[in-house]
Design a protein around this ligand. Structure first.
Ligand code: AHR
Length: 507
């Protein structure tokens, strides 16, 4: 009875966390499109599921579609502020939602819908709407998690550069969710979803694809310009000296192209610091057809120009301008992105099981009380973590509590440094994996907290495998059933190994 009451109280505490009050979003007086507009290079595309890109914008950011076909436009908490993710949460509760449309905040109304079939890919599907929660400006909002086969596009735009006209663009994306498939792009593309030749695209890319060989051996990902039939890090294709931004959660990737004889690539950590120009020089010289450019003016997000859609990526915001912005405007936009506070605290106290709180999970078995659950190479293990551990180790051992992906009375653990990746079990072992929107993964990533099996602290029962609890065994993390048939089900130390202290986050 006592145990049941404790379980109820734990669940009530988790639910209460869903309603924790947060301060209203503070809109900057100038958002990226105000900055570019004042500099004489107005936005002709402004897409984000996270925040307003004009200080005065108060319209919808995106539209979600629920499994029963119902649609809802998601707006802002306040003009010029952050997305109203709570509206999505309540509309999609007990169902699933995809992002059906991403609205253009610019007066051009170049809205992005789910991309149709193209020369190199079947019609795309929409991204699961709750796959990529991030903290920004003290709130939680959802980014666009692109898996292979997903993409958005507008083939009939207004004001976007065509046939050698100058333009600029940037996107905020994640370097933690990339691959070498073609092509995680945002920008100008063909209007018929076909590869119509060199120079018919002008889009910014982030990923591991190294199309010309000789990329920096640090391994990327890299920012490049997809100019069609080539992801260009420079006029020769490669930029051997550029190691890329590093595997950081939020990257600003920027491309400016005068459409005639010059393009430039810049990148930055979207959480801190300024832009680095990785290339500024002539249009590609290793192939012909790029000088002048032949842009067609469609806008693509998440695929190549011909709907090559083998790539993955995470998209938070993106802007396209008419004309090449000044360096001063680009720098001011980067400062605005940093000030937006991607990945910051969302105002929820750390170290609790309240959604939004960052935590670390300490083992309580006598052998191992300095060990914490962390990810390493995609697997969940326990490691000794202390204040003198590296930044990487402390981030790997930090998790953000989310309402359970399969049941919001329970919890899911999102990786602190891999936004959109969750702890999930598979073949009884725990791994860090990107949420793919499937019901299986949602269930595998949902754990129900209760008083620890030792009578103190907390144990986490698998949502879809009742009786199985998160357990460490030989420094690896599993779901385990007391006395079951797997080696990690052994009754010896079962209660201790399945009991965790929810502690203050290491990062
Ligand atoms: O330029 C790289 C890719 O090549 C383009 O995105 C695509 O259209 C083509 O397959």
């Amino acid at each position: 009875m006592t145990r049941l009451r404790t379980i109820f109280l734990s669940i009530a505490a988790v639910l209460a966390g869903l309603f924790v009050a947060v301060t209203p979003a503070q809109a900057a007086t100038s958002q990226p499109c105000d900055i570019y507009g004042s500099a004489g290079t107005p936005c002709v595309g402004a897409h984000s599921t996270i925040r307003a890109l004009y200080a005065a914008y108060n319209g919808p950011l995106y539209q979600v579609k629920r499994a029963d076909g119902a649609l809802l436009n998601i707006g802002l908490l306040s003009p010029g502020g952050i997305a109203n993710a709570a509206a999505q949460d309540s509309f999609c509760l007990n169902s699933t939602c995809i992002i059906n449309e991403i609205f253009d905040q610019s007066p051009r109304h170049n809205d992005l819908t789910i991309e149709g079939a193209g020369g190199a890919g079947n019609a795309d599907v929409g991204s699961p709407a709750n796959a990529l929660p991030v903290s920004v400006g003290g709130h939680t909002a959802y980014g666009v998690e692109i898996s292979s086969g997903m993409g958005y596009r507008d083939n009939s735009t207004s004001g976007v550069a065509v046939n050698g006209q100058p333009e600029g663009m940037y996107m905020v994306a994640s370097a933690t969710h990339v691959n070498g498939g073609c092509c995680f792009d945002y920008g100008n593309a063909e209007t018929n979803n076909q590869d119509t030749g060199n120079g018919h695209m002008d889009a910014v890319y982030l990923g591991l694809r190294c199309e010309f060989g000789g990329c920096n051996s640090s391994g990327g990902p890299w920012v490049a310009a997809d100019l069609e039939n080539g992801l260009y890090q420079s006029n020769t294709g490669t930029q051997a000296s550029d190691p890329g931004p590093g595997i950081i959660p939020f990257v600003t990737a920027m491309l400016n192209n005068n459409g005639q004889n010059h393009f430039a690539l810049k990148r930055a950590n979207a959480q801190t610091g300024g832009l680095t120009t990785t290339y500024s020089g002539s249009e590609p010289t290793v192939k012909t057809g790029y000088s002048p450019m032949h842009q067609e003016g469609a806008i693509v997000l998440g695929t190549g120009g011909d709907n090559s859609n083998a790539d993955v990526g995470s998209f938070f915001e993106g802007v396209m301008t008419a004309g090449v912005p000044t360096d001063a405007a680009d720098n001011a936009v980067q400062a605005n992105i940093v000030a937006a506070g991607y990945g910051g605290s969302n105002g929820v106290p750390g170290g609790t099981l309240t959604p939004g709180s960052s935590i670390s999970l300490r083992a309580t078995t006598a052998c191992c009380t300095t060990r914490y659950i962390r990810h390493s190479g995609g697997d969940a293990i326990t490691s000794v973590i202390s204040s003198s551990s590296s930044d990487l180790d402390r981030n790997d051992a930090t998790w953000i509590i989310r309402p359970g992906l399969a049941n919001s009375s329970c919890v899911s653990f999102e990786s602190k440094n891999y936004p959109g990746d969750y702890l999930r079990h598979s073949n009884y072992q725990l791994h860090r994996q990107p949420f793919d929107g499937s019901s299986l993964m949602a269930q595998d990533a949902t754990f129900c907290p209760a008083t620890g099996n030792t009578g103190q602290y907390t144990s986490f029962q698998s949502y879809n495998y009742p009786g199985y609890y998160i357990r460490h065994y030989n420094a690896t993390v599993y779901i385990a059933h007391n006395g079951g048939s797997n080696p990690w089900d052994t009754t010896s130390l079962w209660a201790d190994d399945t009991t965790w202290q929810v502690s203050s986050p290491w990062a």
